[in-house]
Design a protein around this ligand. Structure first.
Ligand SMILES: Nc1ncnc2c1ncn2[C@@H]1O[C@H](COP(=O)(O)OP(=O)(O)OP(=O)(O)O)[C@@H](O)[C@H]1O
Ligand SMILES: [Mg+2]
Length: 316
């Protein structure tokens, strides 16, 4: 299928200002040198705990956050400059879905205007054409037609998230950055939203960057994943690599945090969770340098890389 977007040594550092003169005294290294490729029609998972830099990475890719250094190559163009994004129509082709649909959808606007807004930025449609287009989008996400003239507060969380998806796909984008799109939803509703996101992907040949703090949620969505910690990647690989052969302790820790329904093995699961936690506490040196920084990624196989100090003992 080929690559859609390539992220090279991306850094986003936020200045910290303090003191009487409000000078920049330090930086938050929110994203500190990450490399990855999102392929056409595929889903790339970006997983890590709170504050690891996931949203900042996503926002940098859609152009909502200023990049400190590095490149984001989309169809041969480095889109880190807003002038380039404009000239190649990037803002139409790359959209974002936010975690909290309640605060990302304008409460004073009706659904028809919310979904039509991104279309209006790029196309001139008559009122009739626009209405038809919005109805088509609502159909795709399984919302009734009478939703058109309602306001966001008149819907449930799952329905609002569908409206967010409809809005994101309205411009017929090639990439959607979905930042924790189902985290605020009940498990059953999560599954519904994930299902139609997959459905839409097949229908339109979309790529997703799917951001989550939960490896359980993204398991069936992602073709490839990056595990992020402290602004860096600790491990990247195919779904197989990450779920069946994790190498970094941080990845193992996230995996052991996935709730298990299996009642029979609950004790065994608890014990393995404790073992992972012990390893995480005692073997810091193996996984983090003296400054607590993640090591550079080492290539393990063609698809699999992990931030390990030594390769020998890994038994791959
Ligand atoms: N505008 C900002 N100014 C300064 N620091 C920021 C800003 N936005 C984020 N940060 C910091 O950058 C780091 C990464 O934040 P980010 O929102 O990318 O994390 P995240 O992985 O998305 O976390 P969460 O799972 O909680 O959404 C955090 O330490 C955060 O406090
Ligand atoms: Mg976030």
């Amino acid at each position: 299928m080929g690559e859609l977007i390539t992220i090279k040594d991306l850094k986003v550092h936020y200045p910290i200002r303090s003191g009487f003169f409000n000078r920049v005294t330090d930086y938050v290294y929110a994203v500190d040198g990450v490399d990855f490729v999102i392929e056409k029609g595929k889903t790339y998972g970006l997983v890590g705990e709170s504050g690891s830099g996931k949203s900042t990475t996503g926002k940098a890719i859609v152009g909502l956050e200023k990049v400190t250094s590095g490149q984001i190559i989309y169809e041969g163009h480095d889109i880190t400059k807003s002038s380039t994004r404009k000239s190649i129509g990037y803002n139409k082709e790359v959209q974002m879905i936010f975690q909290d649909a309640m605060s990302s959808l304008n409460p004073k606007k009706r659904v028809v205007d919310i979904i039509a807004e991104p279309i209006r930025n790029f196309e001139r449609l008559s009122d009739q054409e626009e209405k038809r287009k919005v109805q088509e989008m609502l159909d795709i996400v399984g919302m009734p037609n009478d939703a058109l003239y309602k306001y966001p507060h008149e819907f449930s969380g799952g329905q609002r998230q569908r409206i967010g998806v409809a809005r994101a796909v309205a411009t017929n984008p090639k990439l959607i950055v979905a930042d924790e799109p189902v985290s605020a939803l009940d498990l059953s509703v999560q599954a519904q939203v994930l299902n139609f996101m997959k459905h839409i992907q097949e229908q339109f040949g979309l790529s997703y960057l799917f951001i989550s703090h939960d490896l359980g949620v993204v398991k069936h969505m992602c073709d490839n994943l990056a595990i992020m910690h402290k602004g860096r990647f600790v491990e990247i690989g195919s779904r197989e690599d990450i779920y069946n052969n994790p190498q970094h302790i941080y990845t193992k820790r996230l995996l052991s945090a996935i709730p298990k329904i299996d009642v029979d093995n609950r004790e065994a699961h608890k014990e393995s969770r404790r073992a992972v936690e012990r390893e995480f506490q005692t073997l810091q040196k193996e996984y983090y340098d003296n400054n607590g920084r993640v090591y550079d990624l080492k290539q393990l196989t063609a698809s699999h890389q992990a931030a390990l100090l030594h390769l020998e003992s890994e038994g791959i």
